[in-house]
Design a protein around this ligand. Structure first.
Ligand SMILES: NC(=O)c1ccc[n+]([C@@H]2O[C@H](COP(=O)([O-])OP(=O)(O)OC[C@H]3O[C@@H](n4cnc5c(N)ncnc54)[C@H](O)[C@@H]3O)[C@@H](O)[C@H]2O)c1
Length: 180
């Protein structure tokens, strides 16, 4: 789960790794792994206080960002370039898992899930890849989704069975964008 690009790419251990959703959960584990391998990690998360706690625990930077809002995503990328250094690695881990039934899901819930998990993932990639290109040093982008979007597996069957197709579609969307 916590595959690290820092270890693959860098012998110097000075890669700049931006981890969205890095304040907790899977994103935090990915951030820890990158820090362990010597990367300078920036935790970019909507839970600002938790992001700072995590960043402090692993000795790196934090920045508050709501990935569903492009203005915030661009500000986050600017913070990284101006206050740290142009990123070498982006891991898009920020996501929510809205599990309401199809019959009950509201437009707001649907839009929020897609705005964070799909749209936000695309614009975070755009903002960070832009600074990678501008710095002329290349980079790696890793987007995460779920087996629920793979068209296989028990979790996907569960989502279909329970009528939670919007969750499946959001995960499929993220997988499609990650592959593109
Ligand atoms: N936990 C699992 O077993 C599991 C398994 C497969 C897939 N997933 C998927 O992986 C993703 C992460 O799972 P997790 O368990 O680590 O979740 P989590 O809730 O523990 O962590 C998600 C992180 O994303 C951040 N975040 C949420 N919305 C944000 C936004 N708008 N902008 C910036 N940051 C935001 C949260 O603050 C949090 O730190 C989810 O999409 C989940 O569906 C989880």
């Amino acid at each position: 789960m916590c595959q690290s690009a820092a270890g693959q790419e860098s012998n110097s251990g000075k890669k700049i790794a931006v981890i969205t959703g890095g304040a907790r959960g899977i994103g935090r584990a990915i951030a820890q792994r990158h820090a362990d391998e010597g990367a300078r990690v920036v935790i970019a998360d909507s839970r600002g206080d938790e992001a700072r706690e995590t960043a402090s625990a692993i000795g790196r930077n934090a920045v508050g960002v709501d990935q569903s809002r492009n203005q915030w995503v661009r500000a986050m990328a600017k913070f990284v370039a101006d206050e740290v250094e142009a990123a070498d690695i982006l891991v898009s881990g920020a996501a929510i898992c809205s599990m309401g039934r199809l019959a009950e899901i509201s437009e707001d819930q649907f839009d929020r899930q897609f705005n964070i998990n799909v749209r936000g993932l695309v614009f975070a990639s755009q903002a960070i890849s832009g600074q990678m290109v501008a710095a002329g040093k290349g980079g790696k982008i890793m987007n995460s989704s779920s087996q629920a979007g793979s068209g296989r597996g028990a979790s996907r069957r569960l989502l279909r069975h329970q009528g939670r197709r919007h969750q499946h579609h959001a995960k499929q969307g993220a997988r499609g964008c990650a592959a593109g």
